[in-house]
Design a protein around this ligand. Structure first.
Ligand SMILES: Nc1ncnc2c1ncn2[C@@H]1O[C@H](COP(=O)(O)OP(=O)(O)OP(=O)(O)O)[C@@H](O)[C@H]1O
Ligand SMILES: [Mg+2]
Length: 135
């Protein structure tokens, strides 16, 4: 694992925390001098994953790490909850599949917006989605 140059966390307990996580990711990607398009990709993914953490995970947090690998810079975001977990991850990652009333595009769409995407989930224990994008 890449050792982080800077790190932090924001709580994701309710709807309005999603706005704060979006703002944090916008600020971090601006500081990293991501292009406007890449900023928006990361903010969009963070927004979707934050929403899942609040809506399905019963709340949790987003941790962030600024990554440095030689001259390369990146941002890693980790969304963690201690909710019900995802019983069938392949199904959950399918475009258009939702257990609720969403569009079923949050997980699959986020995956396409980033360079690294990982889901760890245990039924009855919780879910951790980790994404990263390099500049
Ligand atoms: N943190 C989580 N904990 C438990 N289940 C989750 C979690 N995140 C996603 N899921 C499950 O995976 C399904 C797919 O998630 P995804 O974000 O792709 O779609 P959605 O949230 O249903 O709709 P959309 O995000 O398009 O509004 C969800 O309907 C839910 O059942
Ligand atoms: Mg969703």
């Amino acid at each position: 694992m890449t050792s982080p140059a800077a790190s932090g966390a924001v709580p994701l307990r309710e709807e309005r925390d999603i706005v704060l996580s979006r703002q944090m990711v916008r600020k971090l990607t601006q500081e990293l001098k991501f292009s406007l398009v890449d900023q928006t990709k990361m903010v969009t993914a963070a927004s979707e994953l934050s929403r899942n953490t609040v809506v399905y995970g019963g709340g949790g947090e987003m941790r962030w790490d600024v990554l440095e690998q030689g001259p390369k810079r990146g941002l890693r975001l980790c969304f963690e909850d201690h909710g019900p977990g995802i019983p069938d991850l392949n199904l959950a990652l399918t475009d258009g599949w939702t257990s609720g009333s969403g569009m079923g595009m949050g997980l699959s769409g986020s995956k396409r917006l980033v360079n690294e995407f990982d889901v760890q989930t245990v039924v009855g224990a919780g879910t951790r989605v980790t994404i990263a994008r390099w500049k």
